[in-house]
Design a protein around this ligand. Structure first.
Ligand SMILES: [Ca+2]
Ligand SMILES: [Ca+2]
Length: 197
């Protein structure tokens, strides 16, 4: 099974497939896809339910010229290549994104951090998403998802610039309780690792 490595450059998403043959592995030449202005993060999920991994890229935009950024959705072909990006407005100068099914309908949803806080976009299951709804206030810039209280519902842990950690317990319908700060001193941070293919 080949794996892949992704790179974000100015307005481009570049993907290099890892080829494994005869006991050796090497990355093939990168293939670039045009996305929005100042891409800052990416995440993988199956947004159209075809069993093939897709990619969402967060474009931070350029606030100095009134560019609010948004999302680029690149549907996967299942062979390591992607269709051209569909660029959509979402949030204001977003910086981070994560993928999970927060309302339990079997469709991948998105949570993002933008200049207005933490926002949720419920997936429609066809590669499109519902309107952004903010679920936490400004100041939080990173997050991870998980079922932290083991009730079968996905929760969010979010970190602000000062290192404070807060938890939003999920209600299982795309809404959350809180946030409740659980660490208020400096030092909270996330280390995330995600498999690409
Ligand atoms: Ca897909
Ligand atoms: Ca969902």
């Amino acid at each position: 099974m080949p794996s892949a490595k992704k790179f974000l450059a100015s307005g481009l998403l570049a993907i290099s497939l890892l080829s494994v043959a005869h006991g050796s592995a090497k990355f093939k030449a990168a293939v670039s896809y045009a996305v929005g202005t100042k891409p800052s993060a990416a995440a993988v999920g199956d947004f159209n339910g075809d069993g093939k991994p897709d990619i969402v890229v967060i474009n931070s935009g350029d606030a100095s010229v009134g560019d609010n950024g948004g999302l680029s959705i690149l549907l996967g072909n299942g062979d390591g290549t992607l269709k051209s990006a569909a660029n959509v407005s979402a949030g204001t100068n977003p910086l981070a994104v994560a993928v999970a099914d927060f309302n339990g309908d079997g469709r991948a949803d998105l949570v993002l951090a933008d200049s207005s806080g933490i926002g949720m976009l419920l997936g429609n299951g066809d590669g499109t998403f519902d309107t952004l709804t903010h679920i936490a206030s400004t100041g939080f810039s990173a997050f991870v998802t998980g079922d932290f209280n083991r009730d079968g519902r996905l929760d969010l842990a979010i970190v602000d610039a000062s290192g404070s950690l807060a938890v939003l317990l999920g209600n299982g319908d795309g809404t959350f309780q809180g946030p409740t700060r659980v660490v208020t001193s400096n030092g909270a941070f996330f280390h995330c690792r995600r498999r690409f293919q």
